[in-house]
Design a protein around this ligand. Structure first.
Ligand SMILES: NC(=O)c1ccc[n+]([C@@H]2O[C@H](COP(=O)([O-])OP(=O)(O)OC[C@H]3O[C@@H](n4cnc5c(N)ncnc54)[C@H](O)[C@@H]3O)[C@@H](O)[C@H]2O)c1
Length: 434
């Protein structure tokens, strides 16, 4: 047991390196750094400079969470040489054709491979399809390092369940799935993660099982939301309020509680494509998962169209209409705008020549402009024909009907409440929700 990598880490005889310090990597790096020596590596030197000043570039962690941490932030690969246990947490996005884009993952794997030594461990945290770690990452590690998998180095896979903006389900209090390439590595990796995950770890029976577990957590959520989104389209046609139906059905013990809405971000709306890609390679064309993706990806356009219909029904010329969209991020109370589906609402409105203003207390106007070509307005006016509350930010929940009325052009204002948070509170404006 003296050779145990876990013992060496705990005795600070060696270092753990976290590669990729974003929403996932930084919290895990800081958590480890309260117990063991950590090198935090990121290719983005600007982000590294911020972290050196105890600033989280993702706006999730306070400066106080950097205190008492034994961590060196770096963008220099030489600083990785002292590490023997590597954790890779880089993005796994999709490309324009919704296919997995493994470039960041394989590039980070290549970085690790350049400094890999005999006896080292590499644990992947990035969300991937089952088999990716062994089939795509291991060959890169072997080829660049010249070392042999299992004989010279070990690998593991431990998916992340972190939920940005959620202060209740944290890294420490949610069970973490871990896996290894053999019994010994599983135990070493499990013990290392047990240092920081108070809720404990679940030892998965293989790397592929751990990879699959993560991907189905998000796929299940995506498909369930898609069903509710489809139901909301049906109920809209039948003039039934979806949230009333969900409230009634939710009184049954086994009715699953999902609500309709936009499915954006870089997890739920992306991960299912990793699974369908792998399924296709294995000769199976997924139907349920891809249908769910189709429905969820259509919701922004659907909301835009419904808003246009409501404005027209008020006897207005749509080309003269002005709409305020409140909320740009992919979910409430975060600043992340990547893969936000709010842009679909805006594009649909603009396709009808509607003039759109966008506000968001959390998002950066520069980033919105850069990513989508749509900036934020600093101060909304008071000449809107419709207001769409697209994201359930805490700042919006405090607003009243009078606040919205004050921003409308006239008394024919349309109020679109995507998440149904103002249900029962809007009586004078024309109210519509999913
Ligand atoms: N954000 C979440 O809520 C969440 C939850 C669970 C799992 N995941 C998964 O975790 C992984 C990471 O996601 P994230 O949200 O932390 O991403 P992120 O974009 O917030 O951060 C990724 C970081 O990796 C860095 N990076 C990119 N390429 C690199 C490379 N080659 N070498 C070193 N650093 C590199 C980037 O500069 C960035 O700082 C993804 O696979 C994601 O699907 C994310």
């Amino acid at each position: 047991m003296s050779n145990s990598i876990y013992n060496k880490l705990v005795n600070k005889e060696t270092t753990i390196a976290v590669i990729g310090l974003g929403y996932v990597g930084l919290p895990i790096a800081l958590e480890f750094a309260r117990k063991i020596k950590v090198v935090g590596f990121d290719i983005n030197a600007e982000r590294v400079e911020l972290m050196k000043k105890n600033i989280d570039p993702s706006n999730e962690l306070d400066a106080s969470e950097f205190e008492g941490c034994d961590i060196t932030f770096t963008a220099n690969i030489d600083d990785l040489k002292e590490a023997t246990f590597f954790v890779v947490a880089v993005p796994t996005p999709i490309d324009d054709s919704n296919l997995p884009n493994l470039k960041p993952l394989l590039s980070a794997t290549g970085t690790v491979a350049k400094v890999l030594k005999k006896g080292d461990y590499v644990v992947f945290e990035s969300t991937v399809y089952p088999g990716c770690t062994e089939e795509d990452c291991v060959p890169v590690l072997e080829e660049i390092s010249g070392l042999k998998f299992r004989e010279d180095f070990k690998i593991g896979y431990s998916p992340e369940r972190i939920n940005p903006g959620d202060k209740e389900h944290t890294l420490q209090n949610v069970i973490k799935v871990v896996s290894g390439c053999c019994d010994e590595s599983l135990e070493e990796i499990a013990k290392t993660y047990e240092l920081v995950v108070g809720a404990g770890v679940h030892r998965a029976t293989s790397l592929k099982v751990a990879e699959a577990a993560k991907i189905i957590e998000n796929t299940q959520r995506d498909v369930n939301i898609a069903l509710i989104n489809e139901l909301s389209i049906i109920f809209n046609k039948l003039n039934i309020n979806t949230f009333d139906v969900l409230e009634a059905a939710g009184t049954k013990w086994n009715f699953l509680k999902f609500s309709p809405g936009l499915v954006g971000g870089h997890c739920i709306g992306v991960d299912p494509y990793y699974l369908t890609h792998k399924a296709q390679q294995a000769g199976y064309h997924s139907k349920v998962i891809t249908s769910g993706r189709y429905v969820n990806d259509s919701m922004g356009f659907y909301i835009g169209k419904q808003t246009v219909k409501k404005i027209l029904a008020k006897g207005k010329h749509i080309q003269d209409a002005r709409v305020l969209v409140m909320g740009a991020t992919f979910k409430e109370d975060v600043s992340d705008i990547r893969n936000s589906k709010v842009i679909d609402i805006i594009n649909e409105l603009k396709s009808f020549q509607v003039k759109v203003d966008l506000v968001d207390p959390h998002a950066s106007s520069t980033e919105m402009e850069h990513e989508y070509g749509v900036g934020l307005v600093a101060n909304p006016t008071n000449n809107y024909d419709a207001i769409i509350v697209a994201v359930n930010h805490r700042e919006y929940q405090k607003l009243t009907e009078a606040d919205f009325e004050n921003m409308m052009k006239d008394d024919k204002g349309v109020f679109v409440d995507v998440k149904g948070i103002f249900k029962g509170k809007i009586n004078r404006l024309e109210y519509w929700s999913l």
